[in-house]
Design a protein around this ligand. Structure first.
Ligand SMILES: Nc1ncnc2c1ncn2[C@@H]1O[C@H](COP(=O)(O)OP(=O)(O)OP(=O)(O)O)[C@@H](O)[C@H]1O
Ligand SMILES: [Mg+2]
Length: 462
């Protein structure tokens, strides 16, 4: 280990910044476990922890058993979900937390960076564009909102970069997905079998620096959101109708573009879109129209059983919905299966506009058939959906779907009180066509192969 007398570069940067930290933050900052996982609620102080961690490491990297001792060789990555988040929660916090005299250089174009006078370099990256995560010899990674990141990016892009110098990582996140890699790491941290991992759970109320008392939010936000956001707890994954969602369905490892928002009640609205050039055609597009308090959901499934498109919206005009469905159809083609239980103009207008339609009238009986077909396809692993936060609503609805058997032996599927099942209905509509579209795709493939063979034969016969 280097000491301050060895060379000017290894002198500890002073004056030591003074921080007030809460109890959970202190525990994390005092730990030198290789992989530290914080599953913390909203505003619990995750980013402040990450920023202090980077600053303290940057001042004296030899104090950590991970990464090189020589600060001139040290590269730290702060990785956030988006460019804005990495800059706002990482770059701004860290830059304002250190004296100007420590900063040798900094850059505010992609990627943002700060270079300290001892040679330590800190870069700010994002995981929404995995291609930008190319590099080598990273010694310390702080991964913000880690549970939003796909597992493949950790194993494929980030972890390999820690190998050169036995680097370490701090994962900070609210929980988004039960049984994700982040949760697995959290569990490792709680187990004596994995000494390199340490993990902490904290609720928003663990942060005494908040002016507002988080507990006051209880009752004003939907209970499942309060649990997730403030208590950092996720309801059990085991649904009544759809079991083992994470192992059987949320296994898709493909890139999607997400445009997400939350409406005033904290509900997800927005879009998940796969590049139309990357889907296996034909696709089937299910559209469940909003009834009174519900959401309109559009879901497209492609011929490989992969999710091509998801969109959830509320309070839209009929014209707006019609335009939206026409837009999805013009991007992906295939066939649209609208919920036609109520007489609405959209179905005839869409047909008039040349959209290929197979309207479905929802009755308890058709709903039962649709749900049971969907459950079978999920169980057999024929469908996949990417495991991302923007599809949490779909996950939640599938998990919460309830099955009641009436006295007369009749099975009925429905959302729980105060819950929704529009995403489930829309998914079931699209998935009901999977056999047909998969058959169409393989016929087309066979046809293309025959044509190729004919061309080849033609070439040989010359
Ligand atoms: N040690 C601390 N000293 C003073 N204020 C703190 C401390 N830790 C957190 N805070 C304050 O608490 C608030 C939330 O902190 P921070 O942004 O780090 O939380 P977060 O968990 O990342 O939040 P989010 O859930 O929004 O991502 C901020 O206003 C921050 O300044
Ligand atoms: Mg944060």
């Amino acid at each position: 280990m280097a000491t301050s007398s060895e060379s000017p570069q290894t002198e500890i940067l002073t004056p030591a910044p003074q921080y007030s930290v809460h109890e959970k933050q202190r525990e994390v900052l005092e730990s030198d476990a290789r992989f530290r996982i914080c599953r913390w609620g909203r505003r619990a102080g995750k980013n402040v922890t990450g920023a202090i961690d980077v600053i303290e490491y940057g001042r004296q990297p030899w104090e950590s058993q991970w990464g090189p001792d020589d600060p001139r060789k040290v590269l730290v990555w702060w990785v956030g979900p988006t460019y804005d988040q990495a800059n706002k929660h990482g770059y701004d916090k860290i830059k304002s937390g250190i004296p100007d005299a420590w900063i040798a250089d900094y850059g505010e174009s992609k990627p943002y960076f700060i270079e300290l006078i001892n040679g330590v370099r800190i870069e700010f990256r994002t995981f929404d564009r995995p291609k930008s995560l190319q590099g080598e010899g990273v010694d310390r990674i702080v991964l913000d909102e880690a549970d939003q990141m796909r597992e493949g990016i950790w194993y494929g892009d980030l972890e390999p970069m820690l190998l050169d110098s036995r680097g370490c990582a701090l994962f900070i996140s609210k929980p988004y997905r039960p049984r994700s890699w982040f949760h697995r790491f959290y569990d490792y941290g709680q187990s004596a079998d994995f000494p390199e991992y340490a993990s902490w759970h904290a609720t928003s109320a663990d942060n005494p620096f908040l002016a507002e008392i988080p507990e006051d939010k209880r009752g004003t936000v939907p209970p499942h959101l309060f649990e997730r956001e403030y208590l950092a707890e996720l309801p059990d994954d085991g649904g009544q109708v759809f079991r083992e969602l994470d192992d059987q369905l949320f296994t898709g490892d493909y890139d999607v573009d997400v445009a997400q928002e939350y409406d005033p009640s904290g509900e997800f609205v927005g879009e998940v879109r796969r590049d139309p050039g990357a889907v296996t055609r034909p696709v089937a597009i299910g559209a469940d129209f909003a009834r009174s308090r519900d959401y309109r959901v559009t879901i497209a499934v492609d011929a490989a059983g992969e999710l091509a498109y998801y969109h959830r919206g509320q309070n839209e005009s009929w014209d707006g919905i019609e335009d939206h469905i026409r837009g999805v159809y013009s991007d992906y083609g295939g066939v649209v299966l609208p919920d036609a239980s109520r007489d609405n103009k959209i179905v005839s207008d869409l047909a008039g506009a040349g959209v290929r339609l197979e309207p479905v009238s929802f009755s308890p009986k058709t709903k039962k058939q649709l749900i049971e077909t969907l459950a079978t396809l999920v169980e057999t692993g024929d469908l996949t959906v990417p495991d991302i936060e923007a599809l949490d609503q779909l996950h939640l609805e599938l998990r919460q779907l309830q099955e009641d058997v009436t006295d007369t032996g009749y099975t009925r599927y429905h959302a729980p009180e105060n819950g929704y099942d529009d995403s489930v209905d829309s998914f079931a509509l699209a998935a009901s066509k999977l056999d047909e579209i998969a058959a169409a795709a393989s016929q087309r493939e066979a046809h293309d192969r025959r044509e190729e063979d004919d061309t080849d034969r033609g070439a040989y016969s010359i």
